[in-house]
Design a protein around this ligand. Structure first.
Ligand SMILES: Cc1cc2nc3c(=O)[nH]c(=O)nc-3n(C[C@H](O)[C@H](O)[C@H](O)COP(=O)(O)OP(=O)(O)OC[C@H]3O[C@@H](n4cnc5c(N)ncnc54)[C@H](O)[C@@H]3O)c2cc1C
Length: 454
C-alpha cells in the first residue's frame, strides 16, 4: 500500500461487516495508509445496510451485555469450543470497547437488571444512524442491492460476482450473517459462497427459536407464562433442559427458556427422533420431598380440594412453604392446575385427605414432568440466530483469517457459533468483525510493503 492501491471488499453490511469496515480504516490510518491507498467497499444485497440491527431487541437493540469478558462468554455461549473461539475476539474488542466507541458518537446506553444493554432512547435506529456516520467518516463505499453469488480466489486476489456486476479485490471479508430470518436478507448465501471455495460448513440449525407442536396447546393454556420453571426436551434417552420463563403460544411454546433450548431441540428433531417437551413445576425439589409436602398439606387441610391446593401452590418455589403463606410469589395458573389434574387422572372433586397413595405419587410425577407437547418444527425463519455455518476449525480465532485462503476473512453469525438471548450475538458479530477488519488492513499493508521492497 506504500505504492499501488488495494481494495478490501466486505460482503454483507450488517453488524460484523460494518464494524469490519470501520476497524479496517482505523488500522490503515494508524499505519499511515491514506484513504486513497486502501479502498474499502461494502456489498449489501438489501437496499439499506443493517436490517437485523433495526429489528433487534424488538426494535430497541440489545447491543451487548453488562459483564466482564469471562462472564460474558460463560453466560452467552454455552458450548466450550465456541467460547474458546470467541475469547480472543471479545477480549480484543470487548463490550466496554464497543460502548466507549459508540459513546464517542453520542450513544447513551443503560444496563437492565438482567445485564442486557440498550440505548437509553430505546431506538435501534439510533445505533444504525451512528454506524452510518462512522462508515462515512471511514470513507467506506456502500454498494446496496448487490447480492454476491460467487467468489473466485486467484493467486493475486479475488473476483466477486454479484449478478451482472463483478468486483476485484485484494482481500475479502465474508460477513453475510446466518441463515435464519430470511426476510432480513440472511438466507445462508455466505455458507454457499464459502463452501464453493472449499470451506466445510457445519449443518445450519435454528437457535433462539419457538417450538411448534404436532397438536397445538389447548386454548385455555394459550397466553400463559410459566415463570422460572424447568423446561425439558426429551428424545429417545437423550434430554436437555433450561430454567426460565416459558410462554404457551397458539402453535407451541416460546419465551426465554424455550429460545435457549431450541438449538438442542432442533438438533434432536433433525435427526428424525420424536422430541417431547415437558415442564417441571417444582425444579428445586425431588419427588420424595414434594410427596412429603403434599402429605403435610393433606394433614393440615384435609377437606380442601386438590385442585384448590394446586391453584394456591407457589410455582417453582425456592422454599416449600404452605401454599397460603406467601402472597406475592406466582402460583400455578388455574388452567395449569386443571391440566395437572387431567394428566394425573385425578377427579376435580377429590380432596387432599381423599387422595390415595397411588394418586399422590401420580400427582407428584405429573408436577415434576407435565407434558406440553411433541415437537413438529423448530422454524428457521423465526429463529433469531442460526447455529452452523463456516466451521470454526478453519478460521484463525486471532485474526478471523481463513486457513484455506490467506486473504479471505470470515466473521459474525456466518461462523458456526450461536449465542444466548441478551446482547451476546451482536457483541460477537461486532467483535469478530472488528478483528477481521483490522487484520485484513494490516495484512494488506504488510503485503504492499513487501512488494515495494522486492
Ligand atoms: C428478530 C431478531 C432480533 C434480534 N435481536 C437481537 C438483540 O437484541 N441482541 C443481539 O445480540 N442479537 C439479536 N439478534 C441477532 C443479531 O441480530 C445477529 O446475530 C447479528 O446481526 C449478526 O450480525 P452479522 O453481521 O453476522 O449478520 P447480519 O447482521 O445478519 O448481517 C449480514 C448482512 O449480509 C447481507 N447479505 C447476506 N447475504 C448477502 C449476499 N449474498 N450479498 C450481499 N450481502 C449479503 C445481509 O443482507 C445482511 O445485511 C436478533 C436477530 C433477529 C432476527
Amino acid at each position: 500500500m506504500s505504492g499501488a492501491s488495494s481494495t478490501l471488499l466486505i460482503i454483507g453490511a450488517g453488524a460484523s461487516g460494518m464494524l469490519a469496515a470501520i476497524s479496517a480504516r482505523r488500522t490503515a490510518r494508524s499505519l499511515g495508509v491514506s484513504d486513497e491507498r486502501l479502498r474499502i467497499v461494502l456489498l449489501e444485497r438489501n437496499p439499506k445496510p443493517g436490517n437485523k440491527i433495526a429489528i433487534s431487541g424488538g426494535g430497541h437493540c440489545n447491543l451487548t451485555h453488562d459483564a466482564d469478558v469471562k462472564r460474558l462468554l460463560d453466560k452467552g455461549f454455552l458450548r466450550k469450543n465456541e467460547q474458546r473461539f470467541l475469547r480472543h475476539a471479545i477480549h480484543s474488542f470487548s463490550n466496554a470497547d464497543l460502548l466507549a466507541l459508540f459513546g464517542r458518537y453520542g450513544l447513551k446506553t443503560e444496563a437492565r437488571e438482567d445485564g442486557r444493554i440498550f440505548p437509553v432512547s430505546g431506538r435501534a435506529g439510533e445505533v444504525l444512524d451512528l454506524l452510518r456516520r462512522m462508515l462515512e467518516e471511514s470513507a467506506a463505499t456502500i454498494v446496496t442491492n448487490a447480492r454476491v453469488e460467487r467468489l473466485e480466489c486467484g493467486a493475486s486476489g479475488f473476483v466477486v460476482h454479484a449478478g451482472e456486476r463483478r468486483f476485484e479485490a485484494d482481500a475479502v471479508i465474508l460477513a453475510t450473517g446466518g441463515a435464519s430470518w430470511g426476510s432480513a436478507g440472511t438466507t445462508g448465501d455466505g455458507n454457499r459462497i464459502a463452501a464453493a471455495v472449499g470451506h466445510a460448513i457445519a449443518q445450519v440449525m435454528p437457535a433462539l427459536a419457538p417450538n411448534y407442536f404436532t397438536v397445538p396447546p389447548s386454548p385455555e393454556l394459550v397466553g400463559i407464562t410459566l415463570r422460572n420453571i424447568l423446561l425439558v426436551a426429551s428424545s429417545e434417552g437423550a434430554s436437555d433442559s433450561r430454567r426460565g420463563d416459558v410462554l404457551i403460544s397458539h402453535r407451541g411454546i416460546s419465551g426465554p427458556a424455550c429460545l435457549s433450548l431450541s438449538r438442542s431441540v432442533a438438533t434432536m428433531h433433525t435427526s428424525g427422533k420424536t422430541v417431547t417437551i415437558s415442564v417441571d413445576l417444582f425444579p428445586g425439589y425431588e419427588a420424595s420431598k414434594l410427596s412429603a409436602f403434599i402429605l403435610e398439606e393433606a394433614a393440615r387441610h384435609g377437606t380442601r380440594q386438590v385442585r384448590t391446593f394446586l391453584q394456591r401452590c407457589p410455582l417453582a418455589p425456592e422454599r416449600l412453604d404452605a401454599p397460603d403463606s406467601s402472597t406475592d410469589a406466582p402460583t400455578i395458573p388455574n388452567a395449569f392446575a386443571d391440566e395437572t389434574m387431567r394428566q394425573a387422572g385425578i377427579d376435580k372433586e377429590v380432596t387432599m385427605s381423599g387422595l390415595s397413595r397411588v394418586q399422590r405419587l401420580g400427582l407428584v410425577s405429573t408436577l415434576k414432568r407435565l407434558a406440553l407437547g411433541t415437537v413438529r418444527k423448530v422454524p428457521l425463519d423465526r429463529a433469531e440466530v442460526s447455529a452452523g455455518g463456516v466451521t470454526l476449525g478453519e478460521i484463525d480465532p486471532k485474526t478471523m483469517q481463513s486457513k484455506l485462503h490467506p486473504s479471505l476473512y470470515c466473521c459474525g453469525e456466518l461462523l458456526d457459533y450461536a449465542g444466548e438471548v441478551g446482547g451476546f450475538n451482536l457483541q460477537a458479530a461486532f467483535s469478530t468483525g472488528w478483528v477481521a477488519g483490522s487484520n485484513a488492513a494490516r495484512s494488506l499493508f504488510d503485503k504492499a510493503r513487501q512488494t515495494a521492497q522486492e
